[in-house]
Ligand binder design. Structure first.
Ligand code: GRF
Length: 197
């Protein structure tokens, strides 16, 4: 069997998707290892999860910007991921827009999970967009990251019903259950293609 593919994970929040990736690795469902976890928020729970699991975890210095991801920060992140031997970068609730120079260092090797059936509801709080729009179905998407906002080629999607009494929180919770099985499967799919090349 081919060696484990090395993953880097970037996240801004709770890191439940990273947890799902770790669980899939532990269960032998995903032939990978997480070699570096990075967050733009020093207090993000994703960092604590990583440390508890004994994984290297680092804060990204975004130069004091609240939402911008400055070029220098992206270059520094790219260098750290490369130094750690990362082969696939997984965005897991990472709230800043990734662009050059990070994209050019990992061409077709940056994945994102988004809580809608793209191309529907790109951008922030996609679950709320779906509820506000009166959608009867939503879901989640794992896609390659390109220079746009949630526009890259789709790898896998899972559908989730929107129930009549759903609010944004209840729909997001139902979508997250699907995310947690979809993301490891999508990584596995890309990892297999990567190791065949
Ligand atoms: C997920 O719903 C993901 O789709 C979105 O941000 C959320 C991150 O959740 N991009 P978590 O930090 O993985 O729990």
């Amino acid at each position: 069997m081919a060696g484990k593919i090395k993953l880097g994970v970037l996240g801004s929040g709770s890191g439940s998707n990273m947890q799902a990736i770790m669980d899939a690795i532990d269960a032998g469902e995903l032939n990978a290892e997480i070699v570096l976890v990075m967050s733009d928020f020093p207090d993000a729970y994703i960092l604590e999860r990583a440390r508890k699991a004994g994984l290297p975890a680092e804060v990204i210095d975004c130069g004091g910007y609240k939402t911008k991801f400055p070029d220098e920060s992206q270059a520094a992140v790219a260098a750290k991921l490369k130094d750690a031997g990362v082969e696939i970068v997984c965005l897991a609730g990472f709230m800043r827009l990734v662009k050059q120079p990070l994209l050019e260092v990992f061409p077709d090797r940056i994945l994102n999970i988004h809580p809608s059936l793209l191309p529907a509801y790109p951008g922030l709080m996609a679950w709320k967009q779906a509820v506000d729009d009166g959608a009867t179905e939503s879901g989640c998407t794992v896609h390659h990251v390109d220079a746009g906002m949630d526009t890259g080629p789709i790898i896998l999607q899972a559908k989730v019903p929107v129930l009549p009494d759903d609010d944004a929180a209840s729909l997001h919770a139902r979508i997250q259950i699907q995310e947690h099985s979809l993301y490891p499967r999508a990584i596995s799919k890309i990892a297999k293609t990567a190791t065949e090349k």
